[in-house]
Design a protein around this ligand. Structure first.
Ligand code: UDP
Length: 383
């Protein structure tokens, strides 16, 4: 077999490794269980409207890492899209992330930044960002109890179905809190959407004579030649699937969340006036609604002006048959992960990476950055 490296999984982590290895002259085979590349970043145009739909929920690219930014720009240009999210609570629309506008609207006040800061501090009670031990304590420390209850508590119950004191505070720290009127969702230096769509970007990464991508191939299917059983120990392998699946759940199952989407094509030009509307209240079963045409205002002459595509997003625990999206990462999961890391050390020349392979809540830019690091550290390559 003429392969120098096998990459299992064609998400951003796997494709970055494959691209770097191919550029360095190695023959790479990428196997992918699904019928398409790109993992959960995959997108396709909805057939009736031509509107680009992110099949596995909205993916927004942002980074402050100059190496990653330079790298991704080799494969795509980016639009000047800036992500903003609104939240409908008790029949009123608020701006996220929590900022001075959210605070003033919520309390029907006109606080200055210092007044709002003082109010939140008082409402945070005994909790402090520096000493908070979990999601609940950190969330209350960041925005105070009333705002936490309005915008975080029930949304998080729907998203994670896990008691907030069992979740990591890192999850809530993904969202900035601002004492000004800036409502950009991300703080990063660079942000945008791939001009020709995610799939074009992903395909360009894989487009190299040294890369062969094989779709619909399952690494754990022993009846096909590129299986775990046949190849571990025979050549270097980068594995980006779920780490617990790799070891056949020997240390128990790690908990993952998956998403279900309800897609609709509507005969209206504009359904909600914005790309993402969150629904933090307990009486609404979904967490958010995406309206995809708003991600690409620059395509307004191409997209229909009398139709739109929306997707309601629902969250639940993943079974072994579901696509995992989010590591829940409770303390039991962390103990399980440590056991899997020990097992991983014993696997000869198998390198675990990506959100699923490391059981970490990595954003796209983090997956790419960590693949570039692995390429340098484990394979001695250049970025
Ligand atoms: N979150 C929340 N309310 C919101 C938005 C986010 O409580 O309106 C919490 C929730 O626990 C969520 C986390 O913050 O899982 C991270 O949100 P983010 O938007 O980064 O999640 P993603 O887009 O990755 O699903």
């Amino acid at each position: 077999m003429n392969i120098d490296l096998l990459v299992v999984g064609s998400g951003f982590f796997g494709l970055t490794i494959a691209e770097r290895a191919a550029a360095a002259g190695r023959k790479v085979t990428v196997i992918e269980r699904r019928h398409h590349i790109g993992g959960n970043a995959y997108s396709e145009n909805e057939p009736e409207t031509g509107i680009e739909v992110h099949r596995y929920g909205a993916h927004l690219f942002h980074t402050s890492n100059p190496t990653v930014w330079e790298y991704v720009n080799r494969f795509t240009t980016f639009t000047n899209y800036v992500h903003r999210v609104y939240s409908t609570h008790n029949g009123q629309v608020y701006a996220l992330p929590v900022n001075l506008h959210t605070i003033n609207q919520f309390f029907q006040a006109a606080y200055t930044p210092d007044e709002a800061r003082a109010l939140v501090k008082e409402q945070a009670g005994e909790f402090d960002v520096k000493t908070a031990r979990n999601f609940e304590e950190k969330g209350i420390a960041l925005v105070g109890r009333p705002l936490f209850e309005a915008f975080f508590r029930d949304y998080t119950a729907k998203q994670w179905q896990t008691e907030p004191h069992k979740l990591s505070g890192d999850i809530v720290s993904r969202l900035p809190v601002r004492y000004n009127y800036d409502n950009r969702y991300f703080n990063d230096t660079w942000e945008g959407l791939p001009t020709d769509g995610y799939t074009a970007w992903l395909e360009r990464m894989a487009d190299h004579p040294n890369i062969e991508v094989k779709l619909n191939v399952d690494f754990f299917d022993e009846s096909q030649p590129l299986s775990k059983k046949a190849l571990v120990g025979q050549l270097p392998i980068v594995y980006t699937g779920p780490v617990d699946r790799y070891f056949d759940y020997a240390e128990g199952e790690l908990s993952w969340r998956t998403l279900d989407f309800e897609e609709e094509v509507l005969n209206v030009g504009d359904f909600q006036g914005t790309p993402v509307m969150n629904y933090p209240d307990a009486d609404v079963p979904f967490t958010r609604i995406h309206e995809f045409k708003h991600f690409h205002p620059e395509r307004k002459d191409v997209y229909p002006d009398d139709k739109t595509v929306i997707m309601r997003e629902y969250s639940r625990f993943a079974t072994r048959e579901d696509e995992p999206y989010y590591p829940v990462n409770t303390s039991e999961d962390r103990a399980g992960l440590l056991a899997y890391r020990e097992l991983a050390k014993g696997e000869k020349d198998v390198h675990f990476g990506g959100r699923l392979g490391t059981y970490q809540y990595l954003d796209m830019h983090m997956a790419i950055g960590s693949a570039l690091s692995m390429w340098r550290n484990d394979f001695g390559g250049d970025a």
